[in-house]
Design a protein around this ligand. Structure first.
Ligand SMILES: NC(=O)c1ccc[n+]([C@@H]2O[C@H](COP(=O)([O-])OP(=O)(O)OC[C@H]3O[C@@H](n4cnc5c(N)ncnc54)[C@H](OP(=O)(O)O)[C@@H]3O)[C@@H](O)[C@H]2O)c1
Length: 253
């Protein structure tokens, strides 16, 4: 029987995949047969990630690209296509949260930076690649949003607004691109143990208090997001678009 989760023949770009959730998704995709181009902002981190993903070397390529810069995005896409051909899976994963505090104390620099990376980058990448995918046999776009885009996240206000925007970008593009074979879905992770969420789990007492009333009583690991990304990237989700999948240990119910 055809394995609907098989990723052979899928050629993916995963942004922000030098560590954390993106790196785990890149590994999961490669293990199921996809070719994957990853990016991060620095050569050292891109090289370290490729070394970490070593056993699937021939299926992987790394590009130094800042997703807030359109010239970097063009370079990322052109290298991915040169190396492995037409891109048919895009995972908009790179994200940032530079300001923690009341929104009334934030400044425009934090607003611009958060929007640039979390929303403008995914918009530019999706716009270019969805157009190409619609012309050439379809594809799948997977946006890594957050439960902070579903529920107001106090002290992470700007981040929360960008993620709500990314969820709506998912839905609008799903409506517009579906008939031409492009599916657009998003994942809303809860708290996952990575560099980005460090302030929430580094301190043991704080972590204990945080998970006390959560359904599964713990935070998640990066590998726990991978199954959702594989589902959306693969033919297993062929009738699914505009979908918002929470993977949050039952935090938002
Ligand atoms: N961890 C959580 O609890 C959680 C919860 C909900 C949603 N998310 C979302 O999940 C995604 C991944 O987060 P994570 O927790 O895995 O974060 P992370 O561990 O901090 O990793 C972020 C990745 O993005 C890259 N990156 C950052 N800015 C970039 C830019 N401007 N251009 C290109 N790459 C960039 C980083 O690489 P370099 O530093 O090498 O550039 C790194 O590989 C984000 O969108 C985040 O909002 C995370």
């Amino acid at each position: 029987m055809h394995n609907r989760f098989d990723l052979k023949g899928k050629n993916a770009i995963v942004t922000g995949a030098t560590r954390g959730i993106g790196l785990a998704i890149a590994r999961g995709f490669a293990e199921l047969g996809a070719t994957v181009t990853i990016c991060g902002r620095k050569q050292e981190t891109v090289d370290a990630a490729l070394a970490d993903l070593g056993s699937h070397k021939e299926q992987l390529h790394g590009v130094v690209a800042h997703v807030g810069k359109s010239e970097d995005i063009e370079q990322l896409i052109s290298e991915a296509e040169e190396k492995f051909g037409r891109v048919n899976v895009l995972v908009n994963n790179a994200g940032t949260n530079p300001f923690f505090g009341p929104i009334v104390d934030s400044d425009e620099r934090a607003w611009d930076k958060t929007f640039e990376v979390n929303l403008k980058g995914p918009y530019i990448l999706s716009r270019i690649l969805a157009k190409e995918m619609m012309k050439s046999g379809g594809g799948s776009i997977v946006n890594i949003a957050s439960i902070a885009g579903l529920q107001a996240a106090p002290l992470q206000g700007i981040y929360s607004v960008t993620k709500a925007g990314l969820i709506m970008l998912t839905k609008v593009m799903a409506r517009e691109c579906g008939r031409k074979g492009v599916r657009v879905n998003c994942i809303c992770p809860g708290v996952i143990k990575t560099h980005l969420s460090e302030t929430l789990w580094k301190d043991e007492e704080r972590l204990k208090a945080f998970v006390a009333n959560k359904s599964l009583g713990r935070i998640g690991n990066t590998e726990e997001i991978v199954g959702g990304a594989i589902y959306f990237a693969s033919d297993a989700s062929s009738f699914t678009t505009g979908s918002v999948l929470t993977i949050d240990g039952g935090m938002v119910i």
